[in-house]
Design a protein around this ligand. Structure first.
Ligand SMILES: [Fe+2]
Ligand SMILES: [Fe+2]
Length: 175
């Protein structure tokens, strides 16, 4: 594993190797990209940006890691199990709720999760440099994923390598 990824791992390892975060690999975000892969792409982008911008790297990446922890597939067509049609507006609250249920995020990290869809969620304005970084990283990654720019990128290979790495750790801890 490359040095950059190992340093990144140090900030999030308890989260990225947890059962709850791993559950996000069962849900599709865009195309063939799972929510876990999207979240890791956003978190790594956040890591790079927050270092460059001399932000609080730890709060930023931990908030990013939990930003889409809503734990359902928003593409489901079955009305009985379908999430609300207002997914774009409601999922930050659900993600924040799950983050607090399963982990112990700081108040700042919770605000990062709540404001990541801003300006869609008008009343949840990013109130820190770190929250602003996550909302930008999320939009940047979502656009790259939707337009197919992410598909064959070197960045995706890096994210995939990290996914193999955490799954290996997980498999070993389950032995
Ligand atoms: Fe989101
Ligand atoms: Fe996202």
């Amino acid at each position: 594993m490359r040095k950059g990824l190992l340093e990144f791992h140090e900030y999030v390892k308890d989260l990225s190797t947890s059962d709850v975060v791993m559950q996000m690999d069962n849900f599709i975000q865009h195309g063939d990209i799972t929510t876990l892969e999207h979240v890791l792409a956003v978190t790594y982008t956040t890591y790079i940006l927050s270092k460059k911008m001399h932000a609080d790297v730890r709060s930023a990446v931990r908030g990013a890691m939990l930003h889409d922890l809503y734990l359902y597939d928003w593409h489901i067509k079955d009305p009985a199990t379908r999430p609300p049609l207002t997914h774009g507006f409601t999922h930050p609250a659900k993600a924040a709720e799950n983050a607090q249920k399963y982990f112990e995020p700081t108040a700042k990290e919770v605000r990062i999760i709540r404001s990541h869809m801003w300006p869609l969620t008008v009343f949840h304005i990013p109130t820190s440099k770190e929250a602003l970084i996550v909302t930008i990283a999320d939009k940047y990654c979502a656009i790259n994923e939707t337009l197919g720019i992410y598909d064959d990128s070197a960045f995706r290979k890096k994210i995939k390598a990290y996914m193999v790495f955490i799954k290996k750790i997980k498999a070993q801890s389950n032995k």
